[in-house]
Design a protein around this ligand. Structure first.
Ligand code: ATR
Length: 282
């Protein structure tokens, strides 16, 4: 029998509330076009109270989607309502990527993958260090702690304004992860080969405090998940102090790739033209 999906292509979504600022449609649209695939990727703004219904229509096939991305504030509910969340999502308690497979709704979280893939692409060898410092203890921090731990970095020091949140993450992620309050930052940075900002410090042109990166190991990599502006105050200071820096745009692009492959069947490539496209939209 003729399957209309083969003519019009598969359909995927990004859902959130609000979702109008999501850059995911640009990313997936670029890949669909450059790979010559029939398919679509659309924004679906769904209120929190309507999200369970949205997922039921996804599962039943009524909505016509093969899967999609989930952003704030639906990531926790997406995890809880999925039939088959993977082990990464289980540990994080949140999923950002959904897909249907043999009638079951699968879920994963690709933020950690995106973080690692970006560092691997732009600072190969970064993972030779045995010590990382992660500033911040929110949702993004969780996925990054998990990824850095799973890559085998021996000691991960989470530093947060509200130390209780860092302590909660240390308890969740096991003995390699240690929690600290802000005043400990310089001390725990001694000899670290990776420094990650997961807070909103320096976002959208806001000033950030002065950071002294000198305790870091020679050749350490400093990265920021903020990508507006692309060169954040934290990255600028790190570069001025002689450290390698990696901006956060690559994480956004790389985290999108596994979902695209699930929905459309082809692993896409993060290339310079895609970076330019997103930068032109900022
Ligand atoms: P996300 O899910 O994007 O990580 P989040 O859960 O709101 O966002 O977490 C934001 C992080 O940025 C937190 O670690 C927060 O610190 P607190 O836990 O103390 O709130 C941190 N953060 C935000 N603004 C900050 C500031 N001005 N100084 C220091 N840390 C800040």
């Amino acid at each position: 029998m003729h399957d209309s999906r083969e003519t019009f292509g598969r359909q995927a979504f990004v859902t959130g509330y609000p979702v109008k600022h999501s850059r995911s449609p640009l990313i997936h649209g670029y890949w669909l076009e450059t790979l010559g695939l029939a398919g679509s990727y659309k924004r679906q703004e769904v209120k929190p109270e309507d999200f369970a219904g949205f997922l039921s229509r996804l599962k039943s096939g009524e909505s016509g989607f093969v899967g999609g991305n989930v952003t704030i504030p639906h990531k926790e509910l997406a995890f809880r309502l999925a039939d088959k969340p993977d082990a990464l999502s289980e540990e994080l308690g949140a999923s950002n990527t959904l897909w249907l497979e043999e009638g079951a709704l699968h879920a994963t979280n690709t933020d950690g993958f995106g973080f690692l893939a970006n560092l691997d692409a732009t600072a190969p060898g970064w993972d030779r260090t045995d010590r990382a410092v992660i500033l911040g203890a929110g949702g993004a921090s969780r996925a990054i702690i998990q990824a850095v731990r799973d890559r085998g970095v021996g000691e991960i020091h989470v530093v947060n304004r509200t130390v209780e949140r860092a302590e909660e993450l240390a308890a969740r992620f096991g003995p390699k992860v240690h929690a600290h309050a802000m005043p400990a930052l310089a001390e725990v940075s001694k000899g670290a080969g990776l420094f990650v900002n997961t807070t909103s410090l320096g976002m959208d042109g806001e000033a950030a405090p002065d950071f002294d990166f000198s305790p870091l190991a020679v050749g350490a990599v400093v990265t920021d998940i903020v990508y507006v502006p692309l060169i954040t105050p934290i990255l600028r200071q790190a570069a001025e102090q002689g450290f390698a820096t990696v901006d956060g745009l690559g994480m956004l692009l790389h985290q999108a790739a596994p979902g695209f492959e699930k929905w459309f069947g082809t692993r896409p490539v993060v290339d310079a033209a895609l970076r330019r496209l997103i930068l032109a939209d900022m």
